[in-house]
Design a protein around this ligand. Structure first.
Ligand code: SF4
Ligand code: SF4
Length: 639
């Protein structure tokens, strides 16, 4: 088999295909998205035979689709990020009671930090809440091994199984032996068979709960005998132990490789739920103290404390709960090494060398606040709504997507952001509580289909006087430009009829629906004003493609004779392609001048960075002196 360098998510896709997966569905979310994209690419190239792959409208839709396919006997893979599991929680909770037929694996990526999420929730907790087994890989290679086992475990016990990597596992790369092509496992000849067990009546739920309670200890015993909970021992007479889960195992292993420590035991827990009690009991035997490294919640620490208490073990457990390890965010090799040195009472030679200035000085990257891209259509939409509102009191509800960045100054156009689809319904709450304010809710096109429709129906049914602003950039931009129902593109290569957002809003009963080009300021302001002034639920759809989808146009240019240096354009839009520069003296010194200088300053002019400017022309109408001209030289890197 050829050896390939694969990102973790791509490797998990190959592993699932090698296990015979037949149906793959999910909703995009960093850090999980590349798995589905890899399956889609392999399917498109003909390397994945008899596989169905799709981006579903949301996580709930994806898991319910897979529940059906699994009941017919297909091996199925679900993907999402941790908050996506909240959306799929309704079917998941019941599905564990109803059971599955074809193996059903949920690939749920957690995001310690968080780097690109609204919570630091821990899917291991969700697994125990749902009474679903969870596997927690410490590397892409281990996750690759776990995938095949997960399908087999799922079928043997009739339960969904979760694999929960974290960001660094999803996005790390390693070499894998993978075949050139895959064939999905055939369905059983009988396919779906009618059976009362597929119907979740209360009596069946009571019976199923007993079955779940009975199988979990069996799985815990099985986990104790798998290779996924390895214990390393150094020397004899160890009285201290180290426990780690997930990527923290790799950090600890790295740290240990550069430390001289007394004898210890090191346990990696790769199957946190149901907890492999027998293996851990064996590890603890004779130890006085244990330190636990894990990210997000203190799941392993809780289990160790429970085990020590239940079995009256004379062992002290240290971790997040007593402040011995980090309570939140990501661990690191350096942090683990320092805490191990303290735990073992030895000097941390590497930390001491760093403190003494040996081994070079770490360079901190500059702090760069996230900002909407130059040429982003959302900039025009936010600008138009603010202009249309003028100084009317208003609440501006945001949502999950690139456009959450509309909260940054100078746009300053987002007051709230809670979860997918919440902006539409939160605006209705503001309207009920404070009827005197205008309530405007922004939502992206993909989020509109994922989680927005019920909010729209609620506003129409209960007649809430709110304005919905749909930011239609024709893609799911934040997670990597995935298609959605409004694009009409599918991962199976076909083109379906795109759902028309305007028609959907009208069909749901929104009283006024207007549409405008996000880059045409006059048209956009007029459309926003019309919708905001309407009594009752209204909507404006701003269209304009994401810059990832189109070739940039020629950059705008600045007439330096006409430019007064007033910086009104920058204060209006905050486009990162614009900056102030000096027309006298050292331009680099002038770069540091504050862009919000209030006085007319003929020594400074606005400069457009042609390598960033997409030629969207939004800024041309913001200059009171007509100094920004359409059409300069196309950017040399793109043309
Ligand atoms: S381009 Fe126009 S708005 Fe921008 S700084 Fe110059 S004069 Fe002011
Ligand atoms: S045209 Fe103006 S607003 Fe658009 S990307 Fe260029 S500098 Fe930014």
């Amino acid at each position: 088999m050829p050896k390939k360098l694969l990102m973790g998510n791509a490797a998990f896709a190959h592993a699932a295909l090698a296990a015979g997966v037949r149906v793959v569905a999910g909703y995009p979310g960093t850090p999980s998205s590349e798995l589905v994209e890899t399956v889609a690419a392999l399917h498109a190239s003909g390397a994945a035979q008899d596989v169905h792959v799709e981006w579903s409208t949301n996580e709930k839709a994806a898991l319910e689709l897979l529940a059906g396919a699994s009941m017919a006997g297909a091996r199925c893979l679900f993907t999402c990020k941790q908050v996506g599991l909240n959306v799929a929680s309704d079917p998941l909770m019941s599905l564990n009671y109803v059971g599955i037929k074809g193996g059903l694996v949920l690939f749920v990526a957690d995001d310690p930090g968080p780097i690109s999420s609204q919570t630091e929730q821990d899917t291991r907790r969700f697994a125990s809440f749902a009474k679903v087994p969870v596997l927690d890989p410490s590397s892409p290679e281990e996750g690759f091994e776990m995938m095949g086992y997960a399908f087999e475990l799922s079928e043997r016990h009739g339960t969904p199984v979760i694999i929960r990597p974290t960001t660094r596992i999803n996005h790390a790369s390693a070499f894998f032996d993978v075949p050139d092509s895959y064939q999905a496992r055939a369905l059983p000849p009988e396919g779906f068979q009618r059976d009362s067990k597929w119907i979740i009546f209360p009596r069946r739920a009571y019976q199923a709960h007993g079955e779940i309670n009975e199988r979990l200890p069996r799985m815990a015993q099985e986990f104790s005998e798998t290779p996924f909970n390895p214990c390393e021992r150094t020397g004899d007479g160890a009285v201290r132990g180290i426990v780690a889960g997930g990527v923290s195992t790799a950090y600890v292993r790295d740290a240990l490789s550069s430390m001289e420590l007394p004898a210890y035991r090191f346990l990696h827990v790769g199957t946190p739920y149901p907890f492999p009690t027998a293996a851990v009991r064996d590890f603890l035997n004779g130890l006085d103290e244990v330190i636990v490294f894990e990210e997000l919640d203190h799941v392993l620490e809780d289990e160790l404390l429970k085990l020590a208490g239940a079995q009256h073990l004379d062992v002290r457990v240290h971790g997040k709960l007593d402040g011995t390890t980090l309570a939140r965010g990501e661990n690191s090799t350096e942090d683990c090494r320092a805490r191990l040195a303290s735990f073992f009472g030895v000097e941390d030679a590497a930390a001491a060398a760093a403190a003494a200035g040996e081994g070079g000085t770490a360079v901190e990257p500059p702090v760069r606040p996230p900002v909407l891209c130059a040429g982003c259509p959302h900039r025009g939409s936010f600008y138009a709504v603010k202009k249309a509102l003028h100084k009317q009191p208003a609440v501006l509800c945001g949502d999950i997507g690139c456009y959450t960045l509309g909260n940054a100054k100078p746009l300053d156009a987002i007051d709230t952001c809670l979860c997918m689809g919440a902006g539409l319904t939160m605006a209705q709450g503001f309207h009920v509580a404070e009827p005197g304010r205008k309530c405007v809710a922004f939502i992206g096109d993909s989020t509109f289909f994922a989680s927005g429709l019920t909010g729209v129906a609620n506003a129409v049914y209960n007649q809430h006087d709110v304005t919905f602003v749909v930011l239609d950039n024709s893609t799911t931009a934040m997670t990597g430009s995935q298609p959605h129902p409004g694009t009409g593109a599918t991962l199976m290569g076909g083109q379906s009829a795109p759902l028309d957002i305007e028609a959907v809003l009208s069909a749901l009963g929104v009283g006024l629906v207007v549409k405008a080009n996000a880059f045409d300021v006059d048209e956009a302001v007029s459309a926003a004003a019309t919708a905001i002034d309407f009594a009752g639920p209204s909507a404006v759809i701003f269209t304009g493609p994401c810059i990832q989808l189109v070739r940039p146009d020629a950059s705008v240019t600045v007439d330096e004779q006409a430019c007064t240096g007033c910086s009104a354009c920058i204060k209006a839009l905050g486009c990162p392609a614009m900056s102030m520069t000096s027309v006298q003296g050292d331009p680099d010194e002038a770069q540091d001048a504050a862009p919000d200088e209030q006085v007319r300053n003929v020594a400074r002019v606005m400069r457009v960075d042609a390598s960033l400017c997409t030629g969207c022309r939004l800024c041309t109408s913001t200059c009171p002196f007509g100094a920004i001209k359409k059409g300069g030289a196309p950017c040399s890197t793109c043309s």
